[in-house]
Design a protein around this ligand. Structure first.
Ligand code: NAP
Length: 300
């Protein structure tokens, strides 16, 4: 098949490479030129230096995969919009909010353009081992895209999960779970690093746990690799970024009245890590001082 990819960042570039390896043809476009130039040097790839160029290089009906941050999707769609025709298929492979996906899809489907939402998991490792893909949208369009999904995915790691929005919805929950699992691993390791057996080789322990234990996991593997790259985490600031999905998961849990202790605690843990001067911690310290005369620590 011949597919266009908009956004050749950490994910899109490697996805393009994976498709090329599977003998698909790829036209790549990136906002800045360098990734496009790099991709264009590969066999089977075409570099496009504008959205118009990308669209005109594709056979009709076109298949175009967008792999940009969710905040940039509307901008990309508005640039694409004038060039699209009935029967074209657009796939948003980024972590977009499913509500935005429903809105965007409504607009495009009215014009006969299929809008498929595809959650992609696997990060940078997925480039080598295959991604996990969960997609929603028109069943016929998803069927047509099977060779693309198959080339990108790990064996058995892809499927249509429902109507439009369902792919991004389950990816949102997937990432919410990811927050919780990461926090659980990190907290357990911190207890070990602070406790009676604090000299335990944590990197080696991650490896041991990853051979047959109940908590054997991709994340433990990433933890071991992270400790390889950053011994004892000495050069790492205690700041955890978030890109939206964990927050949306908790909002959805509230909307559905689902008690989600772990996922919300993990989200709040990230927010706490981003605070330099927690108001809440200072407020609690000052209340203890006022009611019990407990010592407070003053800023220097
Ligand atoms: N990284 C992961 O592990 C991972 C895993 C699954 C899903 N995702 C999702 O995949 C999407 C892409 O992530 P990524 O990690 O590949 O991000 P990235 O490395 O930051 O790349 C972002 C890409 O989007 C382009 N872009 C940004 N703003 C744009 C705009 N306004 N108009 C046109 N292009 C724009 C960038 O172009 P420039 O090069 O010109 O800046 C770049 O090609 C995101 O939705 C992310 O949440 C990421």
């Amino acid at each position: 098949m011949h597919i266009g990819i908009i956004g050749l960042g950490r994910m899109g570039y490697h996805m393009a490479e994976r498709l090329l390896k599977a003998k698909h043809k790829v036209t790549g476009y990136n906002r800045s030129d360098e990734p496009t130039r790099k991709l264009a040097r590969k066999q089977g790839a075409i570099g496009a230096y504008s959205i118009e160029e990308l669209v005109s290089s594709l056979p009709k009906p076109r298949i175009i995969w967008i792999m940009v941050p969710h905040k940039a999707v509307d901008q990309v769609l508005s640039q694409l919009s004038d060039h699209l025709q009935t029967g074209d298929i657009i796939i948003d492979g980024g972590n977009s909010n499913y509500k935005e996906t429903l809105r965007r899809g409504d607009l495009l489907e009215k014009r006969g353009v299929h809008y498929i939402d595809c959650g992609v998991s696997g990060g940078l490792v997925g480039a080598l081992e295959g991604y996990c893909l969960m997609y929603g949208g028109n069943a016929g369009a998803c069927k047509k895209l099977q060779p693309i999904f198959k080339a990108l995915a790990k064996k058995g790691g892809h499927g249509r999960v429902g109507e439009r929005g369902a792919g991004h919805y389950v990816k949102m929950i997937h990432n919410g779970i990811e927050y919780g699992m990461m926090a659980a691993i990190a907290e357990g390791l911190e207890i070990i690093a602070s406790g009676k057996y604090k000299d335990t080789n944590i990197k080696a322990l991650c490896d041991i746990w990853n051979h047959g234990s109940i908590i054997e996991s991709f994340l433990l593997r990433m933890m071991r690799d992270g400790l390889n790259a950053h011994p004892q985490l000495k050069d790492i600031k205690p700041y955890i970024a978030e890109s939206g999905e964990g927050r949306w998961t908790v909002q959805e849990a509230m909307r559905c009245n689902v008690p989600s202790y772990v996922l919300s605690a993990a989200l709040f843990g990230r927010w706490r890590s981003q605070q330099k001067n927690s108001y809440s911690a200072r407020a609690q310290a000052v209340m203890r001082e006022q009611f019990g005369g407990h010592a407070i620590k003053k800023k220097k």
